[in-house]
Design a protein around this ligand. Structure first.
Ligand SMILES: [Zn+2]
Length: 175
C-alpha cells in the first residue's frame, strides 16, 4: 500500500511540475526580410511539416484548420502597415497589403492574391457546405476560402478569407 501511495503522490507531483507552460508564440510571424521563394513544388511528409511548423500553423495548413475569428492574429493583421504575406509553410508570396480590406468577418481578408498563380482553388464540401477552398500552389497548404459577390466595394468583389496563422508578414522596407 505504501508503494502505491507513493506512486500516486509521485504521479501527482509530476503532473503539477510538468504542466505545459505554453510559451507565447506570435500569432502571425513577422520577418525582417523576404523569404526565399521556392523554385518548384514542395512535398514533405506530415512528420516533416509537424517538425517545421508551429502547432497552430500545422493545424491550419496541413489539417485545413480554421483559427478563431477576431482573435489575436486578426488584431495583429488589422494593425499591420504595408507589406507582403507569405505562406508560413514554404515562403511563397501569396497576398499583399495592396489587396487587403476590412471585411469585418474576423479573418484577414483580401480581394485578390498578390500573384494569381501562387494560389489555387478547389471545391470543398466539408461540413455539409460547398465552399471554394484556397490553397498554396507550391506546398498545397490550406489557407482559407474565397467568397464572391457579397457586395464589397472592392475591384473584384471577392473575399479571400484567410487564416493569418498560415501566413508570415514581411513589412515593406520603405515603410
Ligand atoms: Zn506554401
Amino acid at each position: 500500500m505504501l508503494f502505491v501511495g507513493l506512486g500516486l503522490l509521485g504521479g501527482l507531483c509530476t503532473l503539477v511540475t510538468c504542466s505545459p507552460r505554453n510559451p507565447k508564440k506570435p500569432a502571425m510571424e513577422t520577418l525582417t526580410q523576404l523569404p526565399d521563394e521556392p523554385t518548384g513544388k514542395i512535398v514533405k511528409s506530415e512528420a516533416e511539416w509537424k517538425q517545421q511548423l508551429s502547432p497552430e500553423a500545422y493545424h491550419i495548413l496541413r489539417e485545413a484548420g480554421t483559427e478563431s475569428p477576431n482573435g489575436e492574429v486578426y488584431q495583429t493583421f488589422k494593425h499591420q502597415g504595408k507589406g507582403t504575406y507569405h505562406c508560413a509553410g514554404c515562403g511563397t508570396l501569396l497576398f499583399s497589403s495592396d489587396q487587403k480590406f476590412d471585411s469585418g468577418c474576423g479573418w484577414p481578408s483580401f480581394f485578390d492574391p498578390a500573384m494569381a498563380d501562387h494560389v489555387i482553388t478547389q471545391i470543398d464540401t466539408s461540413g455539409g457546405k460547398s465552399r471554394i477552398e484556397v490553397i498554396c500552389a507550391v506546398c498545397a497548404g490550406h489557407l482559407g476560402h474565397v467568397f464572391e459577390g457579397e457586395g464589397f466595394h472592392t475591384p473584384t468583389d471577392k473575399r479571400y478569407c484567410i487564416n493569418g496563422g498560415g501566413l508570415k508578414f514581411v513589412p515593406n522596407q520603405d515603410g
